[in-house]
Structures are given as C-alpha cells and as structure tokens.
Design a protein around this ligand. Structure first.
Ligand code: SAM
Ligand code: SF4
Length: 428
C-alpha cells in the first residue's frame, strides 16, 4: 500500500512538472513516505531523517509523508528541524498546493486533516511494475483492533465508486497491464457508495472480467468480512488468483477477544474450511502477532496448533509493538521482550518446516508463471505463480529479454522453504 501511495505521489508531482532523480543528493525536494505500524518502522524514519540532514543543501526541501507524518504531526519539525512539509495520506490531493506554499517561502507546512471525504483517487499514478498495477478501492479502517494504529493514521473507511474503479481497471488493461491488485486496509469491507451498490465479491468478478486482465489479487482481507460469496466468486473465475491472505493474528479465542478482532478461532476456521473445500486449490497465508498483552504460553501454544491445523503456505509474523492511542497500551500483563523474541523464533521455525514440506509437494507440477525478472548470473528467469509463489526457472531463450511479462507453463523440479525452481514446460 505504501509503494502504491508513493506511485501516486510521484505521478501527481510529475504532472506538475517535477521530475524524479536517483539520489537525495541530486534532489531539490526529498519526500520520505513512512510507515508507523510498528515502533521499529517508526524509529527507522527518524534515523533516516538524521541521515538526510547530511545532504541538506541550500534550498533543499524535505517532506515527511504517510503514517508517521499523520501520527507525529508538527512534532516532526521539533525532532527534525530541516523538515518543512508533514503530510498524511488523506491529504495527498493537496500536495501540489502545499508545495506552492513552500516555493512561496513558507517554512513549515502541514496536511494532517483526516476528516476528508475524498479518497486519494488520482489519474496521474506512475507505475513502476510494467505488468502489475495496484488500485486502491477503499481507504482507512472502521475496525478498532486493540493493537493497531491504522484507524488513527488512515482515518475512517471510504470506498471508491465502482465506476471509478472500473474506469481505472479498463485504462490499465488498455495500457498493457495484465495483473491488477486491489488494495485496502480492509479490502473486503468494500461497499460501493454509488447506486450500483456493489459489494467486494461483485467487484472481484467485474474486475476479473475486464478484457486483457489475466490475474487479479487483493489485499488485505479481514476474516470478519470474508463472506462465502467471495470464495464463490473466486471459484467461478480463474482470473481471480489461487491465493487468499487471511490474517488471523492469534490462534487463541481469548487473545482474539482481547484484541477486539471480532471473530473466534472457530469462526476463522470456518472460513479456512470454505477455502479448502473450494473447487480449486488455493494457497493460504496469514499475519500473526506474538506477545500481545496477556498472551500466556497456553495461548501461544494454540497459535502453534493453528499452524498445524491450517498448514499455511506462508506467513508474516510480528512481535507485538505498543502503538500510540491504542487500547492495548493500557492493558496489564505485558509479555517480556525476551519471551516475545523466543515465541517469534519458535513460530518461524515451525512455519519454515511447514513451508519446506508444502513446497516439496509441488515438485513435478506444472504451474503457469508470470515472468517478472531474471537472474542473469544464474541463467534463470523469475516467475510468479497464481498462488503467489516465486518460481525461478530455466528456459531455452534465457538470454532473451522478450520473456518478460509473458505467462508461461513451468515444471517444478526443486523446492525450498521460500521459493521453487523449475524448467520451462510445454503443456501437452
Ligand atoms: N487490516 C488487516 C487485518 O485486519 O488483518 C491488517 C493490516 S496491518 C497494516 C498489517 C499487519 O500488521 C497486521 O495484520 C498485524 O499482524 C500487524 N500489526 C499491526 N499492528 C501491529 C502492532 N501494534 N504490533 C505488531 N504487529 C502489528
Ligand atoms: Fe488495523 Fe486491520 Fe484491525 Fe483495521 S482491521 S484496526 S487495519 S489490524
């Protein structure tokens, strides 16, 4: 989502006559897009801003964008006095005007309003990936998970009209993009504000039917809003990729309740059953937080058991990180840093073993990949499967750039915990 926000900012500024340079040294304006989901990400921002100070030349303007900007606001000017612009994501449409204020001599400009009705819907997005295009369909979040800063940094949910999403998808297909990824903090709570009134399942089917689009992905879905209709829509149209990312956070219903996640383990497992009993085989991935306040060894064990039960294809795991304004800040029974670290290691080790096993089961299969790059030194192309696995493969035309962006059948010959290796195959 941050990558796509940066694409929108770059596109908007390019439209206004700015051009992008390679390094902060060369730049007259340095914009730093930030994430504050965990404390570590936030600390990185301030370290990086200190480093920027070294390149601060005469007249060089520094701006901080994104969630740290929204969260810290004008305090950033105190911590990093060389910064003159602080703008949260809900105010990006006004970025151009704010830069004019700076050009006119204002030293400190902020854009921190969250009560905007606008979604950041810009026609001037610059897209770096030649095959995959991101489309934001919903901004913000109306849930209130006890650990999460997103509702404070991204504001309330605002869905884009289906008409504007479809117009963008159509334009992208005409420009030659073949894969679309629909984005939102809670992408599946999408609700079309126009009279057409599409829900997320309808949106998926419609985007998948745009001529020229061969793959559609989406991220991130909240289990509470993951209704059966979504699975039915996916099963009906193979353009909708063989992958569901469904963040669970914990395997313990007690911890899920404390997190205010709005589902129990059993309710989550019902969704997993829908995915597993679907017509096609889907890869299932998740997010897990270890060490939420009050998480006991027994709770953590339930998370490990969940891994055994679901057999995820991959997961993102995080140590709980206290965030400003969130309900969990006040909770008792904090888990020590040591225990969090230990639980993270145990979790990752278990998942690694699961991935080794699951990926090995794919040896011999033929999978269609989208060619995304190549390792020239290894003589391999880099492909991505519909299930979102990296499949590096050899091809008789290894020296030929023309494979980029193509969809090719590849036979899996080897596997590791995080990727597959194969060779070009012709389907008989
Ligand atoms: N909306 C998505 C959902 O409800 O699952 C999650 C979006 S959040 C940007 C991505 C992930 O960051 C979450 O799924 C969670 O695992 C992790 N995360 C969020 N806040 C965190 C915190 N305070 N400490 C550790 N991990 C956190
Ligand atoms: Fe954060 Fe996702 Fe919960 Fe919203 S639903 S508060 S984005 S974790």
């Amino acid at each position: 989502m941050n990558i796509h926000d940066s694409e929108k900012v770059i596109g908007t500024l390019a439209q206004q006559g700015y051009s992008q340079v390679e390094t902060p040294e060369e730049a007259g304006l340095v914009l730093y897009n930030t994430c504050s989901i965990r404390d570590k990400a936030e600390q990185k921002v301030f370290n990086r801003l200190q480093n920027f100070k070294k390149v601060a030349g005469k007249g060089k303007v520094f701006g901080v964008l994104g969630c740290v900007a929204q969260q810290e606001g004008e305090k950033i000017f105190d911590k990093a006095p060389h910064v003159s612009l602080v703008v949260g994501s809900a105010s990006y449409t006004k970025l151009g005007e704010m830069l004019v204020q700076i050009e006119n001599g204002e030293r400190r400009v902020t854009g921190l309003s969250l009560d905007t009705e606008e979604t950041f819907d810009t026609p001037f997005t610059r897209r770096d990936n030649p095959n995959r295009a991101y489309i934001t369909i919903i901004e913000g979040c109306d849930k209130s998970c006890a650990y999460c800063v997103v509702p404070f940094t991204r504001g309330p949910e605002r869905s884009r009209t289906s008409e504007s999403v479809m117009a963008e998808a159509g334009r992208l297909a005409e420009q030659g993009f073949t894969e679309i990824q629909l984005l939102g903090q809670n992408v599946n709570s999408y609700q079309d504000p126009s009279p057409a009134g599409w829900d997320f399942a309808t949106m998926l089917s419609k985007v998948a039917s745009v001529p020229g689009i061969r793959r559609v992905r989406y991220t991130t879905s909240h289990p509470r809003d993951f209704v059966k209709r979504i699975m039915d829509a996916m099963d009906e149209n193979p353009v909708l990729c063989d992958h569901v990312h469904l963040p669970v956070q914990s395997g313990s219903s007690r911890v899920l309740a404390a997190m205010d996640r709005l589902y129990t383990r059993d309710e989550y497992m019902r969704r997993i059953d829908w995915i597993k009993s679907a017509k096609r085989k889907y890869s299932i991935t998740t997010d897990i937080i270890v060490g939420f306040p009050g998480e006991t060894d027994e709770d953590f064990q339930k998370t490990l058991d969940l891994l055994d039960e679901v057999q995820y294809d991959s997961l993102f795991s995080f140590k709980y990180s206290p965030r400003p304004k969130t309900a969990a800040l006040e909770m008792a029974d904090k888990v020590s840093e040591e225990d969090k670290q230990q639980r993270l290691l145990v979790l990752q080790e278990k998942q690694r073993a699961i991935q080794i096993r699951r990926n090995a089961e794919l040896i011999g299969d033929i999978q269609e990949v989208l060619v995304e790059g190549r390792h020239a030194s290894l003589g391999q192309w880099i492909g991505r499967t519909s299930s979102n696995r990296t499949l590096n493969f050899t091809h008789p035309d290894v020296g030929d750039e023309s494979l980029m962006g193509k969809y090719l059948p590849v036979r899996v010959t080897r596997s590791g915990p995080n990727s597959l290796v194969g060779e070009s195959a012709t389907v008989v």
